[in-house]
Design a protein around this ligand. Structure first.
Ligand SMILES: Nc1ncnc2c1ncn2[C@@H]1O[C@H](COP(=O)(O)OP(=O)(O)OP(=O)(O)O)[C@@H](O)[C@H]1O
Length: 255
């Protein structure tokens, strides 16, 4: 059984306003004010409680910078909670930031192998899949070349084909994922639909509210790193739209 459980989970980043401090600034400001370039705490997520089990489809909505992507990364295990607890049971597939982390000097084939192992494949299980992964990329002989020679779209094809080669129990998706050219996008969307249907639990971040309404069993509205509201998709989406547009005008009553 797949399960996601966040209990009072927070993620805080410690960032510095300036990248470099000149010697003059260091001497002048450092002498009089203590720290020259103090760390600022960014509370990307604060006190998040979220539970999802088999069959749940969770849509995450909210304004830019509300913490949606950070929530996906927390669920994926990329960011550990600064405080609180994260429990995720089940094989995870993360469909966001997928083209990061390739080995530039290694060939497409080698990168398929490295990534597949990271995704939990073994030499035996990969043997039965590697040709399908390669065929899905449609990259042909390019797979023999180091991936530093690939275009951004080609890297995306490779990344998507590998990421979607597993049958995940927990699927984490960022709707903004644009994969390759038009023909590949059709193929990619069809594959994503299959995965969304078969995954036990899905969490999807999207700005397109129609997608969320059609797909999700529950919706989380994020605001300034916190959950403003969660529950029934129609109710949460209506409240979110009202907060963005203002209350709906009363209907004119016929005289
Ligand atoms: N690695 C990081 N280091 C520092 N701050 C970060 C980092 N990642 C996110 N943040 C901050 O956390 C907050 C939430 O960002 P996040 O990307 O999760 O928002 P979002 O809701 O996904 O936004 P958008 O809709 O624009 O994609 C923002 O203030 C952002 O600047």
């Amino acid at each position: 059984m797949a399960r996601i459980e966040l209990t009072d989970a927070s993620v805080t980043f410690s960032v510095r306003a300036q990248k470099k401090v000149t010697l003059k600034e260091y001497l002048v400001r450092g002498l009089f004010r203590g720290s020259v370039n103090p760390a600022v705490q960014v509370h990307a997520l604060a006190g998040i409680n979220l539970t999802a089990r088999d069959g749940d489809r969770v849509g995450v909505i909210g304004h830019n910078g509300a913490g949606k992507s950070t929530l996906l990364k927390l669920l994926a295990g990329i960011y550990p909670p600064t405080s609180g607890d994260r429990q995720v049971d089940g094989k995870i597939c993360s469909l966001f930031d997928i083209s990061l982390g390739f080995e530039p000097e290694a060939s497409g084939w080698e990168n398929i192998t490295y990534r597949a192992y990271l995704q939990g494949e073994t030499p035996a299980t990969l043997k039965g899949k590697i040709d399908d992964i390669a065929a899905f990329t449609e990259l042909g002989d390019f797979l023999d070349l180091p991936v530093r020679h690939y275009s951004a779209g080609m890297l995306m094809r490779l990344a998507f084909s590998i990421a979607t080669a597993i049958e995940p129990e927990v699927l984490l998706v960022d709707e903004v994922l644009a994969v390759g050219d038009l023909s590949f996008q059709h193929k990619a969307q069809a594959r994503m639909k299959e995965m969304m249907a078969s995954a036990a639990v899905m969490v999807i971040v999207a700005h397109d509210l129609t997608t969320i309404r059609d797909m999700c069993t529950t919706v989380v509205w994020m605001e300034h790193g916190q959950v403003r509201m969660q529950g029934d998709p129609e109710e949460v989406i209506a409240a979110y739209v009202e907060s963005v547009n203002g209350p709906a005008l009363p209907r004119a009553v016929a005289a």
